[in-house]
Design a protein around this ligand. Structure first.
Ligand code: BGC
Length: 819
């Protein structure tokens, strides 16, 4: 039985050897921060608030404070020994290049992602690295974001659970993670200046949600603030973000580091809650911070707070806390292969074209430059120097049955510059390649065509402008499909590409994403049936760019980008408009089939605990091969009291089943899962009522659907001077007070005004203060104040705000988790 309930999913499903350390649990024997704070001069303290060189914190040798090394991340290490840059330009030490987050997310496999974190932590430990700069958990707002390959999903639950597993894995090795980019960094265009204009509810429910959950679940040792502004304020200098939300509300106890070069005003940054500015500014920041303390502009306590966190981080990461350790390059390469295979999404498989059924004497035609020159990671600061790289062509040759010939034709050249939709210049040069590809495909027993986005198209630093593949690649597909049946297309890309030009010519479509250094082997494993595909889309593949929810507001202009679509990102948008998509969120085929049965949806008695609903079902492998299914739980409010997406993912689990094997899955939903952020309350508002619960194979494939009525009291927003008549009448205390006041109006009882529904519809939206004023003389001038005082005096007033600590997340606090 798999018990799955948000946080517990991580604890019970991963079975990682997690030893958990909270910042506050650091042993004093390493560095006594109290004593050191007393011994450091103001200049030394100010100095510790920024880095030394590109990748180190500062040392204070006279007090034995060492410097520690921070480095990218996230899908492998980028430790630069000579020189440094944050754009992936200079060389770095060899490290295992695991698949980037886009591929990790498609596994929907918490345990596997935890293992990747663990392996990266082991490599970091072996290389003396104290903090790995990842994971990146920003929401994929638009498919155009140049860094989508580094991010997990359009959905915060997927991002949160997989991101948390990654953090727990890394930190189990005594190495810190850096949760980034906090926050609302969803594009590369103008990323150091742009202001993301987002409403509070969308912020909390979508853009902050994964960060919040990972902080609560995995307690990352550091959080990296982003470059951009949020509603006008630079993230690196935002007291609301770095202190009010991150520390006061979520209880974050670690260190906040800036993204590289994100700080404009070091004094404002320390005051807001930033602890460490990176990289070094050559002492300039230290000087202004020390001057600001001396002239009274900055409280010394703020500097002490930042220094204490730097000292605590240094203490946590010292060799005495965890031994350096070693790791096996081969074992990590194999893990990278397993993960890449698990993240491959079989989008389409007409007539069971896959797996390839080849036998001795047959010929496989492999076409497309990417088969030999794989795209396996994105460009920028995350670029890893791999220990080795497998290509699909070589792996297919090694994997096919004896006696099968594998022929190859590149078909096209890979552009070295970003291309426009109408790129045709390549075609003239590539005509001989195209002819060669057609010849290769003709009379072959099977044809696999590797298409994808050129490396130059996807990078940190800029966004894409369209979703198309280069026109010459499509020309090769069309020409090959004209001479061969059942063409299999394998895609390599970090951000989604439009599939409409591919569909008419492909019998099977495999989204292989960016597979990391062992991605070539992973593709061969899936094509040849060694691995049964089990990946699911963690983001929608839209039909057209014009259909995407942020189309009109991406990437903004004049240093500002308006998040006009609000909560309706990804499937939340497509479901709300019942819109067609190429492939829905959560979709992915298998070589086997699964049945879902015996749904039970039970409202739990609420004894003050977090859990409100338990959902169970049995999943069975009804096909002939072993395989894994991702069971997705979606929730729909049937009587919503606020504007909500139709359905939202709240939990998922991945189960591996042999043919005919069954497994019971159980999910638990918490109060928080059924809450929305209320800007009027300034907190999470539990929404009791009827819910439809679906256990699904994708966001558009709901296998079992049940209903549950969840009891409880919804919090009532407080009344204020602008509250309308309707709001007063909805308020459990305000209503009675108002009725009393109307009954005792000066000219006689006015309460009958409320009896007529038509009148109420018209005057309901009026602020009460205006109505009272219009009823000249009927009420004293201070009537509204008297009413508000009365409501405030009546205990509670019906307001039931709760914060993260009352949601149930705390009950599964990291300390309680199995080690
Ligand atoms: C990126 C971060 C990265 C840092 C250090 C920045 O440009 O945004 O993700 O960790 O550089 O390389």
């Amino acid at each position: 039985m798999t018990v799955t309930c948000g946080w517990a999913d991580i604890g019970t499903a991963t079975r990682l050897p997690i030893t958990f350390t909270r910042m506050s649990a650091i042993g004093d024997d390493h560095l006594d921060s109290d004593a050191l704070l007393g011994a450091l001069t103001l200049e030394e303290k100010a100095g510790l608030c920024s880095g030394s060189g590109f990748w180190h914190t500062r040392a204070v040798e006279r007090l034995g404070i060492p410097s520690i090394l921070l480095s990218d991340g996230p899908h492998g290490l980028r430790i630069q020994v000579d020189g440094g840059d944050h754009l992936g330009l200079d060389a770095s030490l060899p490290a295992t290049c695991f698949p980037p987050a886009t591929t990790l997310a498609s596994t929907w496999d918490v345990a596997l992602v935890g293992q990747v974190g663990d392996a990266i932590g082991a490599e970091a430990r072996a290389n003396g690295l104290a903090v790995v700069l990842g994971p990146g958990v920003n929401i994929k707002r638009s498919p155009l974001c140049g860094r989508n390959f580094e991010y997990f999903s359009e959905d915060p639950v997927v991002s949160a659970l997989l991101g948390a597993a990654w953090v727990l894995g890394v930190q189990a090795r005594g190495v810190g993670a850096s949760l980034k980019h906090f926050a609302v960094n969803n594009q590369e265009t103008d990323r150091l200046r742009v202001s993301a204009e987002v409403d509070q509810r969308t912020l909390h429910e979508l853009y902050l949600a994964a960060f919040e959950r990972i902080v609560a679940l995995a307690a990352p040792w550091t959080v990296m603030c982003s470059y951009n502004r949020i509603n006008g304020v630079l993230a690196s200098q935002d007291p609301w973000l770095l202190t009010e939300v991150l520390r006061d509300s979520w209880g974050f106890e670690g260190l906040v580091v800036s993204d590289w070069g994100a700080v404009a005003d070091p004094v404002a940054a320390v005051r807001a809650g930033l602890d460490l500015e990176m990289p070094s500014t050559g002492g300039a920041s230290a000087r202004v911070i020390a001057d600001a303390v001396r002239n009274g502009e900055l409280a010394e306590e703020a500097v002490d707070r930042a220094v204490r966190r730097v000292l605590e981080l240094v203490a946590l990461t010292q060799p005495g806390v965890a031994a350096p350790g070693t790791f096996s390059i081969d074992a990590h390469h194999q893990l990278a292969r397993n993960v890449a295979a698990s993240g491959i999404v079989l989008l389409r498989n007409d007539d069971d074209t896959l797996p390839l059924a080849l036998s001795s004497g047959q010929r496989l035609a492999v076409i497309g430059a990417f088969a030999q020159t794989p795209r396996y990671q994105g460009a920028g600061s995350s670029q890893v120097n791999p220990t080795r790289v497998d290509d699909a062509l070589g792996e297919l040759r090694a994997g096919v049955p004896a006696g099968v010939d594998v022929d190859f034709a590149p078909g096209f050249t890979i552009p070295t510059e970003p291309f426009t939709t109408a790129t045709s210049s390549q075609q003239a040069d590539d005509r001989p390649l195209l002819a060669e590809a057609v010849a290769c495909a003709r009379d072959a027993d099977a044809v696999v065509l590797f298409l994808g986005l050129p490396a130059a198209e996807e990078s940190e630093g800029f966004d894409r402008t369209h979703l198309d593949l280069p026109a010459d690649q499509i020309a090769v597909l069309e020409a090959v499909a004209a001479v061969a049946d059942n063409v299999v297309v394998v895609l390599s890309n970090g951000g989604v590409v439009s599939t409409h030009a591919i569909e008419p010519h492909a019998a099977a479509l495999v989204e292989a994403w960016l597979g990391g250094q062992a991605g070539g082997g992973a593709i061969a494993d899936v094509l040849l049936g060694e691995v049964c595909p089990s990946g699911k889309l963690a983001e929608t593949i839209p039909r057209r760019l014009q259909d995407t929810p942020s189309f009109h507001n991406f990437p903004g202009e004049n240093r500002s980008v308006r998040y006009g679509e609000g909560l309706f990102v990804g499937y939340r948008h497509y479901d709300a408009i019942d819109g067609d998509v190429a492939y829905p969120f959560g979709h992915g085929l298998s070589y086997t089939t699964f049945s879902y049965r015996d749904l039970s949806v039970v409202a739990l008695p609420q004894f003050g605990g977090p859990d409100v609903v338990e959902v169970g079902a049995t999943v069975r492998n009804t096909g002939n091969v072993a395989g894994s299914e991702v069971v997705q739980l979606y929730v729909e409010a049937l009587d919503p009291t606020s504007h909500r997406p139709v359905r939202e993912l709240k939990a998922f689990t991945k189960v591996h089943l042999e043919p005919d094997e069954s497994q019971v899955v159980v999910f638990r939903l918490t109060r928080r899962d059924l809450s929305t952020w209320s800007p009027r309350i300034g907190g999470w508002a539990f929404a009791p009522g009827r819910y439809e619960i679906s256990l699904s194979a994708s966001s558009r494939d709901h296998r079992l659907v049940g209903e549950v009525n969840v009891s409880g009291t919804a919090p009532t927003p407080p009344l204020d001077r602008s509250s309308t008549l309707a709001e007063w009448l909805d308020h459990p205390v305000g209503r009675d007070r108002l009725l009393d006041a109307l009954r005792s109006a000066r000219g006689g009882d006015l309460s009958s005004l409320l009896d007529d529904a038509a009148t109420l519809r018209m005057i309901g939206p009026f602020p009460l203060t205006r109505l009272l004023a219009m009823m000249e003389g009927a009420f004293p001038d201070d009537a509204l104040e008297t009413l508000l005082d009365g409501v405030a005096r009546d205990a509670g007033g019906g307001e039931q705000v709760f914060d993260a600590r009352q949601t149930g997340w705390e009950s599964d606090a990291p300390e309680d988790r199995p080690t």
